[in-house]
Unconditional design. Structure first.
Length: 598
């Protein structure tokens, strides 16, 4: 990195000589500078990441991007920085440049010069290692199952793959026979890993769970009836990994995002560190509240984050057993609805009164959701708010039973409706997952990970309009717009489907720029009239314009940035998301607020 005397002096402003505490206010002028290459040419869309250290007011990390002339400028604000603050510039294809923020001189700018690199192995997301594999049922099924909880291939999986590069033994065999024998060994080794991951899926359950794997017989843990993937899936995945997963991960030169940049010099990303032991997988904001709210599935509690100060408050679910808060949706009255994956609970939290209301048993003591139901998703509308049908009921998916459930919130009455079965799969194998409500309230559209997308008619109380997808495609969390267009992400296939929910026909299917990105959820943005695609495996967010039918990409400033959903702030329309890997602590744990800059 090339720096000038003027650059070094500029940093002095961040720690004035009179400062006596660990935190000081950043004085005027703003932190600003320029990024160029070795030939002095400006570099656009480079991420400039200010890590402000621990125990600072506001966001832990603030990221801005360079404009066409390479200039960047951080927002003028009253945030505090510490002696441990650092400034880093990142751009795919260039060596990162890091500078400690310890001194700067008033009126100067910070100039970064980036050196190009040919090897991008340390810069690419997990998805890059699957890019060379041809699109196939095996690849899609692997992405669907192995990226369900964390990025794949994770660093540990890459190391395992390297160990299998050379299988010892078989020296007495002829060359062709030896290769066949080694492939059998690799396949069985990967099959053992898949079996191990079947056990690791129990990590999704919260502290205090009755599903503690230490207390469950191994035969039960490995029973394919109780897992997302059955024995046939297991064999297909093991075949793919043995034949297609790379065996070296030290060199990669040709990865790109595959789409134009969605950032500009007004784009700002703010990241807030959470406890690593937390597992906040979803966040939202509601009308009338200045806070960001999140569901901590691990610790059985609700997060309240003040984005101005960074202060975090936690509200435990008032229940004597484990609950596992999972999906979080706001309503139009500013209340927060939370589904819980353990002990059959649905909760509603009033932010103003800081009070919970729980639905779990009726007056006779009967479990209203049927027991081991895994209350999963809550139907929302085209503005991502809690939706009701014409009778005022809300609709939920019961992942454990492959059922839709309608709840009358006034009476507490719940009715369940079993979805059509899938041959060869148990209800857990199928997994009824996401749900959205049509604008007229007559259709609760649902997705199944290994089955259909379809409509549950809330008037006729029956299933209709079933849409079948190939094995491994994996429709996940959908979105719907006010014109009854259903947007369906295919988590395994890496595609986006546009579906006319009125005419009941597919209108288009789009390949994602990176088909191994694992699109977990899509969010319709009513104000911008665009779609945001949350990619669990690519450390990037996609923006899709339905008019031009083109994607653009917003790279995130974090590796292993496993995120599942994007919420829209009801006032600012900023984007809200959270990083959370399973097992907790294996990746960053942060709440993220993005100002797209449009």
């Amino acid at each position: 990195m090339k720096t000038s005397k003027r650059t070094a002096l500029l940093l002095a402003l961040l720690l004035p000589a009179c400062a006596t505490s660990d935190e000081v206010r950043e004085p005027s002028p703003q932190l600003a500078g320029r990024v160029s290459d070795l030939n002095g040419r400006p570099l656009a869309a480079a991420a400039v990441v200010l890590d402000r250290g621990e125990h600072v007011r506001g966001a832990s990390v603030v990221t801005v991007f360079t404009e066409q002339n390479g200039a960047f400028r951080f927002p003028r604000q009253a945030d505090l920085v510490s002696a441990q603050s650092t400034l880093e510039v990142r751009l795919l294809g260039y060596r990162p440049a890091v500078m400690p923020v310890s001194k700067r001189e008033a009126g100067a700018t910070i100039d970064f010069v980036l050196e190009p690199v040919s090897n991008r192995a340390n810069q690419v997301p997990a998805s890059a290692w699957l890019a060379a594999a041809p699109e196939s049922q095996g690849k899609h099924l692997t992405q669907l199952m192995c990226t369900a909880c964390h990025q794949f291939p994770s660093p540990k999986v890459r190391h395992y793959g390297e160990l299998l590069a050379t299988v010892p033994g078989g020296e007495q065999l002829k060359s062709q026979e030896k290769q066949a024998w080694q492939r059998v060994v690799r396949k069985e080794a990967w099959r053992s890993m898949v079996m191990y991951m079947r056990a690791k899926t129990y990590d999704v359950f919260p502290e205090g769970t009755a599903m503690d794997i230490r207390n469950i017989p191994w035969d039960t843990v490995q029973n394919p009836e109780y897992a997302l993937f059955n024995l046939e899936d297991e064999a297909i995945i093991a075949d793919f990994l043995a034949d297609q997963l790379p065996t070296q991960f030290e060199l990669l030169s040709d990865y790109s995002y595959g789409a134009p940049s969605a950032v500009n010099d007004r784009t700002v990303i703010r990241e807030y560190r959470l406890p690593q032991a937390a597992l906040v997988r979803e966040v939202t904001a509601v009308v009338g509240s200045p806070y960001i709210w999140g569901a901590d599935v691990r610790k059985n509690r609700l997060l309240r984050l003040d984005p101005q100060t960074g202060d975090q408050n936690w509200f435990p679910v008032p229940y004597e057993k484990a609950t596992g808060p999972h999906t979080i949706v706001g309503d139009r009255d500013g209340r927060i609805w939370v589904s819980m994956i353990e002990n059959d609970l649905l909760g509603r939290f009033d932010p103003e009164r800081e009070q919970w209301k729980l639905w779990t048993v009726n007056e006779t003591g009967t479990n209203v959701f049927g027991g081991q139901a895994i209350v999963h998703d809550i139907a929302f509308d085209h503005e991502e708010r809690l939706a009701h049908d014409a009778r005022g009921r809300i609709w939920l998916t019961l992942a454990g039973h492959n059922k839709m459930a309608g709840l009358d919130t006034q009476t507490g009455e719940v009715h369940h409706y079993a979805a059509p079965p899938i041959d060869g799969r148990s209800s857990i194998n199928v997994t009824l997952y996401g749900t959205v409500m049509s604008p007229d309230g007559k259709c609760a559209w649902f997705s199944q990970l290994n089955g259909y997308v379809g409509c549950f008619n809330t008037e006729k109380l029956e299933y209709e309009g079933l849409v079948e997808f190939p094995r491994g495609a994996g429709p996940r969390r959908m979105s719907i717009d006010r014109n009854d267009v259903l947007w369906i992400p295919l988590f395994g296939a890496g595609q986006l489907v546009k579906y006319d929910a009125r005419a009941r026909k597919e209108l288009a299917r789009y390949d994602l720029p990176d088909r191994s990105a694992a699109p977990y959820e899509v969010t319709w943005d009513e104000r911008r009239q665009v779609l945001w695609v949350a990619n669990a495996n690519a450390d990037a967010l996609y923006r899709f314009d339905p008019v031009t039918e083109r994607f653009s990409v917003l790279p995130l400033p974090r590796s292993q940035a496993y995120f599942r959903q994007v919420a829209l702030h009801p006032q600012s329309n900023d984007l809200l998301l959270t990083y959370a890997n399973i097992p907790a602590g294996s990746g960053p744990s942060m709440v993220v607020i993005i100002e797209p800059g449009d």
